[in-house]
Design a protein around this ligand. Structure first.
Ligand SMILES: Nc1nc2c(c(=O)[nH]1)N[C@H]1C(S)=C(S)[C@@H](COP(=O)(O)OP(=O)(O)OC[C@H]3O[C@@H](n4cnc5c(=O)[nH]c(N)nc54)[C@H](O)[C@@H]3O)O[C@H]1N2
Ligand SMILES: Nc1nc2c(c(=O)[nH]1)N[C@H]1C(S)=C(S)[C@@H](COP(=O)(O)OP(=O)(O)OC[C@H]3O[C@@H](n4cnc5c(=O)[nH]c(N)nc54)[C@H](O)[C@@H]3O)O[C@H]1N2
Ligand SMILES: [Mo]
Length: 771
């Protein structure tokens, strides 16, 4: 039997701190995730479910986008994957009785942990204008309300369509078709807040906005640099690949302001060595970089490589530089002019360490740089990533085995959603193919990204906000501004598996459309359906839900979108420029959607056959496959970038917002961050002990965090407990989404407009109630 949902949220008065761990995973990880699975699903369903994760005939793990190994273990085990599955496959239910019992006002007082723990949504619900409670509504009525609201808009640009990254390729493709059929490109997604900086920098310099390595490359690289990423918590299966690389002789360098457990040592629960011998040491070198210091570091490394080349003449890959790149001379000139002292000061890394990194790169025949949010969520994220590409180009480390760029994606299908056209700035080639396939004309004007969508709502320009997945109200920056913005709309529509804050911060009316998740069985007219996803390394494969769904008549995302398409685009009063698609047939048989995809999206030829029988295929990538670069110069581009780094005013701290070990973005599984030694609480701020003393505070004190921004608005996050921690001077860390209230809406990365979630100037303020 599963356990009942908790009665209360997280009680912050029980906070306990202990030693931070130096090793990730190990047997405690299995014990923890098993307990969580059994609480949510009971014993039988737990076993049934966990055996199916990432197996060839099973479902794709909703946890992260790290690829599967060719030879899969019985349970491709990962603690956080197991938690993500338990959260979705839970036996707890949120139905009409729940909503009758709890008013929206009451639910708004609950934390994200409590809301998520209540269970799966089972019934379409509507919040009428002025009502205090959601009430049940039939599927037909709910869908026709949404369809009517959308088709009667005077201007389609008055609607916004958000996507999170779990949506399947099939659903994403239908969604963008529906939205473009309505006549807008307002398709913001979670990627705007995530790897948009990677996409922007890589497209500019390499001509492809994705990584250029495979898992085999990672296992065989001679040197792996992992920067701005906490794989022990967020991509645990990556640790097995790093372990394999290590066994093959790789050197690993970790670059992070925090000494994260998973980067340093890994106990693989699947090998006797992991369980009995204390695991594998991963990082050979750990650089405790200052927040935002990576551009300085990589410029310094580039500068040092050029110096070494002048001395030894065997460091650069001259043939590659001459044949495959442009812009080398300008880059070299810029680095020659760079000032060592400033690079050292900005990165916080001593020159001797920088030299050691450059030596390692010079020695290595194949180098990969992996990164995640620690690099993408800064104001200067795009130039930082361009400078990383520069270093790889110097040494010819693009487009050869064991070498390349590896942006490690977050959500399990965030990369696939973009491939399917979930993008506010679609390219002409994609739109032209869409026009041809569906005999209509898609809009060309770019739409709103996430920040622009919030601005537009704030300014009263949006009437309908629809989301397929995600938790827009909590995941986005400037929470007070965003929530007020959502409330200006006439209708908010959420297609969701679980209850979250975005169901409670609504337009004048609101509709919840519950949906099937990855793990659920999906039976349509043509029989049992599968969907497809694309992992972080561009491999596409099928995912088959196998569990009994939470409610008999629950619709998949595909079915919801296909029915909306049928309601909006067919019938006597259908608009003239409507995409010509047989929406009903698409709902009944997802192979028909894949047939459309195979004709619209490059690389998907013969789609159905290539995923048959659990097979997968890898999408083409010019940079990786043939050193061809679809850039402005037709070559891989060196770029000369002005050095940027954060300046922290006196008496202030630079705050980064991170994930704990017990959360999946805004879904909070529990109140512990085991690897960092934090238990029973989330409202903590990690600060260097010297800074605390200098600022006149003590470990354990309760403070408010006040964000200071040029607009003069005092954004405040209340009641955070100070915890001394190993972080560079001037840098602090606290959990997201509790701190999103501090991120100003117009504080975003140049070029990608990704909110600067890893770089917020804050002041600590004593609380009167604490004195
Ligand atoms: N269990 C679990 N898995 C997840 C998620 C989850 O919430 N829970 N989220 C998924 C998603 S959507 C994503 S995008 C990924 C996120 O995966 P990560 O990017 O690993 O997640 P964050 O917690 O944001 O951690 C950022 C890391 O970068 C470091 N960092 C911060 N600023 C800097 C900097 O300036 N320089 C350097 N070098 N390092 C810096 C931080 O100390 C931290 O270790 O994980 C995915 N997987
Ligand atoms: N301050 C700060 N803010 C951040 C970040 C940060 O590091 N710091 N990280 C950013 C990043 S990297 C990301 S990716 C975003 C994440 O932003 P989102 O993707 O919007 O947020 P999630 O918390 O992942 O969304 C969780 C919700 O998705 C729904 N859901 C889960 N599975 C499914 C499904 O299969 N189908 C449907 N329809 N719904 C489903 C559930 O209702 C659940 O409550 O947040 C960003 N915001
Ligand atoms: Mo993400």
């Amino acid at each position: 039997m599963a356990k009942k949902a908790p009665k209360t949220g997280i009680d912050e008065s029980e906070l306990r701190t202990g030693h931070r761990k130096r090793v990730a995973v190990g047997v405690p990880a299995i014990v923890r995730s098993m307990r969580m699975s059994v609480d949510q699903m009971g014993v039988v369903r737990s076993a049934e479910t966990l055996l199916r994760v990432n197996q060839k005939d099973g479902f794709d793990c909703p946890g992260c986008a790290w690829p599967e190994n060719e030879r899969r273990h019985i349970a491709e085990f990962c603690e956080n994957g197991a938690k993500a599955v338990a959260e979705e496959a839970t036996l707890r239910r949120v139905g009409p009785a729940f909503f009758a019992q709890h008013s929206v006002a009451e639910l708004l007082e609950r934390d994200n942990y409590w809301l998520g723990q209540q269970g799966r949504l089972t019934h379409p619900m509507i919040l009428d204008e002025g009502a205090t409670h959601y009430r049940p509504i039939s599927w037909d009525d709910a869908l026709s309300e949404v369809a009517t609201a959308l088709r009667t808009l005077p201007d389609p640009n008055e609607a916004v369509f958000y996507t999170s990254g779990r949506t399947s390729n099939e659903a994403a493709f239908l969604y963008q078709l529906l939205v473009r059929g309505l006549g807008t490109n307002n398709l913001p997604d979670c990627s705007n807040m995530c790897h948009e900086s990677s996409g922007t920098a890589l497209t500019e310099t390499l001509g492809v906005g994705k990584g250029t390595v495979s898992i085999v490359d990672v296992q065989n690289a001679e040197l792996l640099i992992v920067a701005g990423q906490n794989p022990g918590t967020n991509h645990p299966r990556m640790l097995s690949a790093l372990e394999k690389a290590k066994q093959n002789g790789a050197t690993i360098i970790a670059i992070n302001p925090l000494p994260e457990a998973g980067l340093l040592r890994f106990e693989n629960p699947q090998t006797p060595r992991g369980v009995l011998l204390g695991g594998t040491k991963l990082a050979d070198r750990y650089l405790q970089i200052k927040l935002g210091g990576d551009q300085a570091l990589f410029q310094a490394v580039g500068k040092r490589l050029l110096e070494l080349e002048a001395q030894r003449g065997d460091v650069l890959d001259h043939e590659f530089i001459a044949q495959c790149t442009s812009g080398f001379d300008d880059y070299r000139a810029a680095l020659e002019a760079a000032d060592w002292a400033e690079l050292v000061e900005a990165s916080g890394i001593p020159e001797s360490e920088i030299r050691a990194v450059a030596d390692a790169i010079a020695r290595s025949n194949s180098t990969i740089v992996c990164w995640a949010m620690g690099l993408t969520q800064h104001a200067h994220a795009v130039p930082t990533l361009r400078d990383i590409v520069n270093v790889l180009l110097l040494t010819g480390n693009i487009g050869k085995p064991g070498a390349g760029v590896c942006p490690v994606r977050g959500h399990s299908n965030v990369q696939g959603d973009r491939t399917m056209g979930i993008w506010e700035k679609p390219g002409e080639a994609f739109l032209a193919a869409l026009d041809r396939e569906f005999a209509f004309t898609a809009p060309r004007e770019h739409g709103y990204d996430t920040v622009a969508a919030i601005e537009a709502m704030r300014d009263g320009k949006v009437k309908v906000f629809m989301a397929v997945g995600g938790n827009f109200a909590s995941a986005t920056p400037d929470t007070e501004v965003t929530e007020a913005a959502l409330r200006t709309t006439e209708l908010t529509v959420q297609v969701s598996t679980k209850l979250n804050r975005s169901h409670l911060v609504t337009g004048r009316r609101a509709i919840i459309l519950p949906t099937l998740g990855r793990t659920d069985r999906d039976r349509r007219d043509a029989g049992l359906q599968k969907v497809t996803v694309e992992d972080s390394m561009s491999a596409v494969h099928g995912s088959h839900g196998r569990l009994a769904p939470p409610a008999e008549d629950l619709l998949s995302e595909v079915a919801i979108l296909a029915r909306l398409g049928a309601l909006i685009f067919t019938g006597p009063d259908a608009r003239s420029n409507a995409p010509q698609a047989d929406w009903r047939a698409l709902e009944g048989d997802y192979r028909r959607i894949r047939a459309h995809i195979s004709r619209v999206v490059p690389g998907f030829d013969d789609f159905e056959t290539r995923i048959d029988g659990g097979r997968s295929f890898v999408l083409p990538n010019g940079a990786r496959d043939s050193r061809t670069f679809a850039t402005a110069t037709g070559k891989a581009m060196f770029t000369a970038n002005e050095l940027q780094y954060p300046r922290i005013p006196k008496g202030r701290l630079l705050l980064q917002t991170i994930r704990s070990h017990d959360q999946y973005n805004t879904t909070i599984y529990g109140s512990d961050d085991r690897y960092r030694g934090i238990y029973n609480g989330r409202r903590v701020v990690l600060v260097n002990a010297h800074d605390l003393r200098e600022l006149g505070f003590e470990n354990g004190e309760l403070v408010d965090l006040v964000s200071e921004w040029r607009d003069g608005v005092k954004r405040r996050a209340e009641k955070f407990r100070l915890v001394t921690y190993s972080t560079p001077r001037g840098n602090a860390a606290a959990y997201y989404p509790e701190t999103n209230v501090l991120v100003p809406l117009d504080s975003y990365a140049q070029g990608s407009r990704t909110p600067t979630s890893k770089s917020i100037i804050v002041r600590l303020e004593k609380r009167a109630d604490e004195a």
